[in-house]
Design a protein around this ligand. Structure first.
Ligand code: GAL
Length: 431
């Protein structure tokens, strides 16, 4: 797995270096900075985890931190909006204004490395990794995702799987249906559901990233892992016939969604499946956190899950990580928080509530439900692919353009126009 995982990262992110030789970055100037830490500075934790399905894990982590460090005041500075829809803009303006939060949520991969690290805004954390003995506690693939030029810049708290198709068990059973494994099966099932008056597929693209999320799973299922990865290093062009085929399939899927998709967010769309008003939903496994913790549904009783069509054995990786921005006044406190976030205890407090699996390889599986246990196994054996919608595959500027283009596509369904936009956005990406 490690070899496979490193290979895709080398391809997708251009970081394949061996990290074992990294030296500690603790220096006298770092120590001096830390020594000058102001007493009473708040630990401001910036994320987009607010409200239903999002905040339970973070709250558990903060509670644990406060038990261990009652002297440090914590401010939960979360900004609502799925996938960082609003938080990322707030963060950008704060970073530009040299007013960074103490630590912030950032996806491993391009969002971190080509964004904040390339802009010189992050402190390396190699010393923390060595101090905490983490070098062999996270999968090499994940350490690569949070590293650039031999330095490590953030700590992964989790691994989310993006390519999951959730389905309402009762709706499927009542209609004598099996969850689809291929696109052909998906359309067969969808036609049968439609004939019965059930919305086959839920979508809530009030925030456009959800449609990009669906689209990237179709890309992965159509292209396969190798070709999907080639999109991100320019080896495969977005006007390749396979991409066109994926766009056509995506278009066809959009023929089966709920009419009010553009007024729903990801939780509202999940609710359609929870209530049996829609049968299927493609969403990352934060949806499981929402189903179980907020809607009190039972895994494998009320809802089931399978990989999205044609992606069995493939794992769309999303990892939420936190780092240490340059110029914060309380780096010691931030490192204490990061140390907890990267610990087994921290990860096992956060992930069972969030729906994700732990980023660490030595977490306690008994703390996770059936879905979590199976996902941990799947991650070990799967071909890994970086998510576009969630920041790993390409830089933020590209993701923004794709979100806009996909959003237009959902209503206009103009295949050539979407392909043209993808091609021109990708050309700019390479400059
Ligand atoms: C992703 C993030 C997840 C989850 C989701 C919905 O980008 O990685 O942790 O919060 O957005 O907001």
């Amino acid at each position: 797995m490690r070899k496979k995982a490193s290979a895709w990262l080398a391809l997708a992110l251009g970081v394949g270096m061996a990290l074992s030789g990294c030296s500690s970055n603790s220096s006298s100037s770092d120590d001096a900075k830390q020594g000058s830490q102001k007493a009473g500075e708040k630990l401001e934790i910036f994320s987009w985890w607010t409200g239903a399905g999002e905040e339970d894990g973070l709250k558990a982590l903060i509670k644990l931190f406060q038990e261990k460090h009652p002297d440090i005041e914590v401010e939960n500075a979360a900004v609502a909006g799925g996938a960082g829809t609003n938080a990322k803009a707030v963060l950008a303006s704060r970073m530009q204004g040299d007013d960074p939060p103490s630590t912030f949520q950032v996806h491993g991969g391009a969002e971190l490395n080509e964004g904040w690290v390339a802009a010189g805004k992050m402190e390396p954390l190699n010393d923390l990794y060595e101090q905490e003995g983490w070098m062999d506690k996270f999968p090499e693939a994940l350490i690569d995702m949070v590293s650039k030029d031999g330095n490590i810049y953030s700590v992964p708290v989790n691994i989310h799987r993006g390519n999951v198709l959730w389905y309402n068990k009762k709706v499927f059973a009542d209609n004598g249906l099996q969850p689809p494994k291929t696109f052909d099966e998906f359309f067969e099932v969808a036609d049968q559901l439609k004939a019965k008056g059930v919305t086959p597929l839920a979508l809530g693209d009030k925030e456009p990233w959800t449609a990009t999320h669906l689209f990237e799973t179709v890309l992965l299922g159509t292209l396969g892992t190798d070709n999907y990865q080639k999109l991100w290093n320019g080896e495969l062009s977005f006007d390749a016939p396979q991409v066109k085929q994926a766009v056509e399939t995506f278009k066809k899927m959009l023929g089966y969604i709920n009419e009010d998709h553009s007024s729903r967010n990801w939780q509202d769309a999940a609710q359609l499946v929870a209530e049996g008003k829609a049968a299927m939903y493609v969403m990352g496994d934060w949806a499981k956190g929402y189903f179980v913790n907020d809607l009190k549904l039972k895994v494998n009783e009320d809802f089931g899950y399978v990989p999205t069509p044609n992606t069995d054995g493939k794992f769309m990786v999303i990892t939420d990580t936190f780092g240490l921005p340059k110029g914060v006044k309380n780096p010691d406190d931030v490192k204490k928080f990061l140390a907890l976030l990267g610990s087994v205890e921290g990860q096992d407090a956060f992930n069972p509530l969030k729906g994700s699996i732990p980023a660490r390889i030595d977490a306690d599986p008994s703390k996770y439900d059936e879905y979590g246990k199976q996902t941990m196994e799947d991650f070990k054996n799967a071909e890994l692919a970086p998510s576009l919608a969630h920041g790993s595959a390409a830089a933020e500027g590209f993701v923004t353009k794709v979100n806009q283009a996909i959003n237009i596509f959902v209503t206009q369904k103009d295949v050539n126009s979407l392909i043209d936009t993808l091609v021109s956005a990708a050309a700019e990406l390479k400059k």
